[in-house]
Design a binder for this molecule. Structure first.
Ligand code: ZN
Length: 216
């Protein structure tokens, strides 16, 4: 008997506390102003409990992060300013002087800016009999070499080692080398580099296939 009496008392006590808690909670809820932002109040709690961590990145580290190479080469863009994909024709397999062209010719008015197809460093500035004034650029992952030829001239300040951002001007369309003077164009090649990463060696890829998605 005593046991069950105590159980009934305990049950009643618990029920009473629950009702009391409910009443207090209701009061609390009712007393909350209509315009209050309970979520903001909750969000403020962790900030008080754990103050914001000071920024520990030094300027040098920030710079290293910005210039870190991307794991995969970015999509190359059409390397002549103002040229749309619809204006390009595939002449990669054309026969030129008894051998395959292995390049994409992009006709454009003399002096049109030639822009970096991808981000990456200039590895060689070279003047050759066939290519005229040329630029060799590796992408950041050093997987591909991008070759720009028949340039009228280089962009001011361009040097070997210069890091070009994608779409940065590197030179201007011309007809140096063996290009016809009345048909200025950019001769553009893409090479997949071998393990030795030689700027003058590599497997020729059809640039038009890489540019398929058009400019960004
Ligand atoms: Zn060509």
């Amino acid at each position: 008997m005593r046991g069950s009496t105590f159980a009934a008392f305990a049950l009643g006590f618990v029920a009473g506390m629950a009702v009391l808690a409910g009443v207090l909670w209701s009061f609390g809820a009712l007393r909350t102003p209509a315009g209050a932002q309970p979520q903001a109040a909750v969000a403020a709690v962790p900030q008080q409990a754990a103050p914001p961590q000071p920024i520990t990145l030094s300027p040098a580290q920030g710079e290293a992060e910005r210039s870190a190479p991307e794991p995969v080469p970015g999509h190359p863009i059409i390397p002549v300013q103002g040229i749309a994909a619809s204006q390009l024709t595939d002449n990669f397999n054309d026969r030129r002087d008894g051998r395959r062209h292995d390049a994409l010719d992009i006709p454009a008015p003399r002096g049109t800016p030639v822009i970096a197809a991808v981000e990456g460093n200039v590895v060689k500035l070279f003047h050759s009999k066939l290519g005229g004034t040329t630029v060799y650029q590796f992408d950041d992952s050093r997987t591909y070499c991008y070759y720009y030829a028949h340039l009228e001239r280089y962009a001011t300040g361009l040097a070997e080692g210069t890091l070009l951002r994608q779409a940065e001007v590197l030179g201007y369309v011309g007809s140096t080398g063996n290009a016809q003077a009345n048909a200025p164009h950019l001769h553009f090649e893409v090479h997949k580099l071998g393990p030795e990463k030689k700027w003058w060696q590599g497997e020729s890829l059809d640039p038009l296939k890489l540019l398929g998605h058009g400019p960004e």
